[in-house]
Design a protein around this ligand. Sequence first.
Ligand SMILES: C[S@@+](CC[C@H](N)C(=O)[O-])C[C@H]1O[C@@H](n2cnc3c(N)ncnc32)[C@H](O)[C@@H]1O
Length: 206
Amino acid sequence: MAQITTGIRSILSMPWAYDALQGMLGVTHARKVVCEDYIRAQPGDVVVDIGCGTAEILKFLPENIRYYGFDLSQHYIDSAKRRFAARGQFQCADVTTMGSSDIPPCQVAIAFGVLHHLDDAAAYGLINSLYDRLAHGGRLITVDPVFVSGQAWVAHELIRRDRGQNVRTCEGYMDLVSERFSAKNIQARHDLLRVPYTYAVMSCTR
Ligand SMILES: C[S@@+](CC[C@H](N)C(=O)[O-])C[C@H]1O[C@@H](n2cnc3c(N)ncnc32)[C@H](O)[C@@H]1O
């Protein structure tokens, strides 16, 4: 896994520390915007959340969806189960080893903060599996830190120090999906966190 979990960053493996840091940075606001402006899940949708973390995103998704969250961290999955047991199903899994048959057929797939943890081979494999399980007209929404020219120096430095070892440019993220998805777009957003930071929000329709 291309993710640094040692040293000071090991603290983030504790769900409370991870959620607290995200709250301070404004990731809660980012999730709200992404849910409202990009994900736009509809009642009855099956929503697959890859690398769901502690499933905080459920706060901004409709109640009447069927939600499946997958994450590598048993601690995060346990936290999600404690807080959102009635809202979905949560499974500890390494998404790089999941095949299509491990993913429920779905209308919406989310990978919020995941692709930058995966090298190209793992990311291609995951995107292929998700594409295969998306309904026609179904959508994949990804959100990741991105390097763009002209971004604030602080944003660049924060992103450079991320636990994920595969932060890409907008073109790099688009390259991952271009073989399977003909309808896709990407936006670099500098306004989603309280601190200078740049996220790439990519929307792909099957
Ligand atoms: C930046 S966090 C985002 C979590 C969540 N999506 C959110 O928005 O709060 C990235 C998540 O991806 C998970 N992750 C990284 N590599 C993974 C893998 N190979 N399989 C499953 N989950 C993975 C991490 O455990 C972590 O919870």
